[in-house]
Design a protein around this ligand. Structure first.
Ligand code: HEC
Length: 506
């Protein structure tokens, strides 16, 4: 990574090693943790109000390094709060456990803030579970008491404000929702960022709630046809919120123009000192524009920007590849060149081996999932039922393997069944030659791209073979799920397509 982390990041990273050792050894006993930071943490006794307050103040100071995902349910809240900085992560864990103990005993904090004071009063009707994650905690809170539930929701949104604005929000009274108010829309908060990243499609009431919370612009990445019964532009208008629609269906439609527009929409909002709420159906389509904006307009390191995109909900490997490609080209890079597999450096050999290993893992899991689905009785199983499984499972398997192996991976073809299975930009030229052998490309930033051919075996014919001999139930299922299917008419031994793997540079 050439770009330096910002000033705050550099200082904190210097303590990263010591902090990670500490994290590993602090275990369940938060009272032994050395959380050196603010003076209060160093001098006060753990468990005292001034100690807990010191940890809290330090978290507000470090809010730029924190991310928080809050899901609202009918009777509770699930919040994951994390930081890539091990020291901050340790403080998040310490703070969560301290608050858990305080809620158990009703030992108040922030007595001047009515939401906090009232929530502590109702502590006996709240159940609170704290689970540590790699980088922080997941807290699950529930209550059957409508008053306590409204306070839990207010508190969760208030903490998101702390993450967004640090001490500024810490000094303000937490906005209060009333018992019986509608469920707020689930959202992701990113440290130091004024915007909200919604995890679902908001409805009209939720749009109004966003407006009340200070949001002045709604950015929607969905196509109108996806929410045909709901007029979001109209909802925005009646809530007096600016509306911006940048529709695209998935990775196959993610292009430079769209990313340019997403960046401009965010820049415009910030120029006026306002905040936006960005959404699609799950958050998947929000991440690419956000990551591109962060790197190119705000100088945030690419790794951090992509981690934010993942927190927002972008897990599609092809979207990540396209985002990286766009960022590279817009910052004057993008030097892909063919690489001979027989004359690689040691480093390149290792990257290539990683690509092949990722392909092997993905292939095995796809094959296992397919076999399992085919073995089940119809209509859920059998060849026709297995099509639904493929549609459901194939993208998830790719996402999981990508995450585990630290690569981007997918399958593509010159005759696609699913139009979402397009190829990364770097692969277009090499694939136009229909290579029947593996091919590799390298980029000047150290990234490697690999394509590995997929040959058709007899096991594939039932769904990719001659249409005349494909089972009628399979044909019906294909026509329903893939109206633009081009992936039939293959024979055993044919080149069906390719796995593509992108191994990111250091
Ligand atoms: C039960 C039916 C079924 C069988 C058997 C099957 N496939 Fe597929 N195949 C599908 C479906 C459905 C998709 C689309 C998956 C998606 O939505 O991503 C697909 C997609 C693909 C793709 C991704 C590119 C594209 O066109 O979307 C490749 C490559 C592929 N199959 C190869 C194979 C090979 C090789 C075999 C044999 C080992 C095989 N398939 C067996 C149903 C099947």
């Amino acid at each position: 990574m050439k770009r330096m982390i910002g000033r705050v990041g550099t200082v904190l990273t210097a303590t990263g090693l010591a902090a990670s050792v500490m994290l590993a050894s602090c275990g369940e006993n938060r009272r032994k943790a050395d959380l050196s930071g603010g003076a209060a943490i160093r001098t006060a006794r753990p468990g005292t109000l001034s100690y807990d307050r010191g940890v809290w103040q330090q978290l507000l100071s470090d809010h730029n390094t924190i991310r928080r995902i809050v899901k609202f349910t009918e009777n509770g809240v699930e919040a994951t709060t994390e930081s890539d900085d091990p020291m901050v992560a340790a403080r998040i864990i310490d703070h969560a456990k301290a608050m858990q103990e305080r809620v158990k005993t009703g030992a108040q904090v922030r007595v001047w803030d009515p939401v906090f004071a009232d929530l502590f009063q109702r502590h006996s009707s709240v159940s609170l579970e704290v689970t540590t994650t790699d980088k922080g905690v997941t807290i699950s809170e529930k209550s059957d008491d409508p008053e306590a539930l409204a306070l839990l929701r207010s508190h969760a949104l208030g903490v998101n404000d702390f993450v967004r604005s640090g001490h500024d929000a810490g000094r303000r009274e937490t906005p209060r929702l009333k018992a019986g108010d509608p469920v707020p829309v689930s959202e992701v908060a990113i440290g130091g960022v004024p915007h909200r990243f919604l995890m679902t499609q908001p409805d009209g009431v939720q749009v109004t709630m966003l407006k009340t919370a200070g949001v002045s612009k709604l950015v929607n990445f969905r196509k109108a046809a996806e929410h045909a019964n709901y007029d979001e532009a109209g909802a925005a208008k009646s809530a007096d919120i600016e509306y911006c629609n940048l529709p695209y269906a998935g990775p196959q439609e993610l292009n430079d123009e769209l990313l340019d527009q997403a960046r401009a929409a965010i820049r415009d909002t910030e120029k006026d000192g306002k905040s936006a709420a960005l959404h699609c159906r799950t958050g998947n389509r929000v991440g690419p524009g956000w990551a591109a904006y962060r790197v190119l307009d705000r100088g945030v390191p690419l790794a951090q920007a992509l981690a934010e995109a993942r927190a927002i909900g972008t897990h599609d490997p092809l979207m990540e590849s396209k985002t990286r490609d766009y960022v590279r080209r817009r910052s004057g890079g993008d030097e892909w060149a063919a690489l001979s597999i027989d004359s690689m450096s040691e480093g390149q050999k290792a990257a290539y081996a990683r690509a092949v290993e990722a392909r092997d893992t993905m292939f095995q899991r796809l094959f296992a999932a397919l076999g399992e689905a085919m073995a089940k009785p119809a209509p859920e199983g059998g060849p026709a039922g297995a099509i639904g499984v493929c549609k459901e499972q194939a993208p998830k398997i790719a996402q999981r393997v990508a995450k585990e192996k630290g690569v981007m991976i997918g399958r593509t073809s010159a005759r696609l069944r699913n139009p979402m299975n397009g190829a990364p930009n770097w692969a277009a030229t090499v694939l136009s030659g229909m290579p029947a052998e593996p091919r590799a490309m390298s980029n000047t930033d150290g990234s490697m791209g690999v394509v590995l051919p997929i040959k058709l075996s007899s096991a594939c014919l039932g769904c990719h073979g001659d249409p005349g001999s494909i089972d009628q139930a399979v044909k019906t299922a294909l026509a329903e799920k893939y109206p633009k299917d081009q992936a039939t008419g293959f024979k055993e031994g044919d080149l069906r397509g390719w796995f593509w793997v992108e191994v990111p540079g250091k």
